[in-house]
Design a protein around this ligand. Structure first.
Ligand SMILES: Nc1nc2c(ncn2[C@@H]2O[C@H](COP(=O)(O)OP(=O)(O)O)[C@@H](O)[C@H]2O)c(=O)[nH]1
Ligand SMILES: [Mg+2]
Ligand SMILES: [Zn+2]
Length: 286
């Protein structure tokens, strides 16, 4: 049988397959090869009345915090106000998420608290023009667009505290909020407990209960790899130099794109600001 690992608690794996969840063990050979993580697509079978994971299928991508694989998208939750909208923060999250081969989706909350004159609308237009999906929400709306985006996808949430992540989840799915409340109750608030990651079924998709990308550490990032992964910077022409860093080299296709308005100058500025933070670690430090 084929399925997806949706929960791991010590040696117990919950594998979801065609509408059912199976308590399973991982065969020794599987654990030795590569530790299974939540999100893994696996082959498993019933052996002596026990479901056993035989094989982990190739991963599309993998995050470490939380440990989860095959993530389709990360929702960057950012409030319009309280706390104030920060395009620097959104862009840094876009960079880190894209670097991990995950699609960023921007959710702007608390839209009910601003009026039409707000600068937010300029930012929204800028992200949309660059090809990012932006969903605006506020108290009182139906979240129809958000539900469409979650359908059939594995999604993680990102965003600082206070932006409205929990409110969003509670409005999306009452059972989700109940499930998470039960977990925090069971673990005991404030106590130092190791949290496990789990995928929940929300709006016909899978959502991780632990927010990701809480550290904005760029030291491990290779800036050359990064530039190739950011949607904004995919331009048709080549730069004059093969190893162009797109900073102050002549005939740089990206700089030309910025000058001609095809590449967002905001995103380019935010990119230039993270370049000095990149490439700080060496392979052997791993
Ligand atoms: N007006 C308004 N308030 C919101 C909205 N979303 C969240 N809030 C409020 O913002 C505060 C923080 O929300 P919460 O969901 O706890 O944020 P989290 O830390 O990201 O989980 C709470 O007081 C919410 O009631 C929204 O769309 N509109
Ligand atoms: Mg919260
Ligand atoms: Zn260049």
């Amino acid at each position: 049988m084929k399925g997806k690992i949706i929960k791991i608690v010590s040696n117990q794996y919950t594998v979801y397959s065609e509408g059912k969840a199976y308590d399973s063990l991982a065969m020794g050979k599987v654990r030795l090869q590569d530790k299974p993580v939540v999100g893994d697509e696996v082959q498993f079978e019933l052996i002596d009345e026990q479901y056993c994971i035989q094989k982990i299928l190739e991963r599309k991508n993998q995050m470490t915090r939380p440990a989860i694989s095959n993530v389709d998208q990360a929702m960057i939750v950012m409030s319009a106000v309280e706390p104030d909208f920060s395009n620097v923060l959104v862009d840094r999250l876009i960079f880190l998420i894209s670097y991990n081969d995950i699609e960023p989706v921007i959710i702007i909350t608390k839209m009910d608290l601003i009026d039409e004159s707000s600068d937010i609308y300029k930012y929204i237009e800028d992200y949309r023009k660059s090809g990012y999906k932006v969903i605006c929400t506020g108290f009182g709306d139906e979240l129809t667009k958000l539900k469409e985006v979650l359908k059939d996808k594995v999604t993680v949430l990102a965003g600082q505290s206070g932006v409205g992540k929990s409110s969003l989840l509670n409005r999306l799915d009452k059972s989700f909020s109940l499930q998470t409340q039960e977990i925090s109750k069971a673990l005991g608030r404030g106590k130092h407990t190791t949290r496990h990651t789990q995928l929940y079924q929300v709006a016909d998709g899978w959502l991780a209960d632990t927010p990701g990308f809480s550290s904005l550490d760029f030291s491990w990032i290779d800036s050359k790899v990064l530039i190739g992964k950011i949607k904004d910077f995919k331009v048709e022409e080549d730069c004059r130099f093969n190893d162009c860093q797109h900073i102050n080299e002549p005939d740089c296709a990206i700089k030309k794109g910025v000058e001609e308005g095809r590449v967002s100058s905001l995103r380019y500025k935010n990119y230039l600001d993270v370049v000095p933070l990149c490439n700080q670690r060496k392979e052997w430090e791993l």
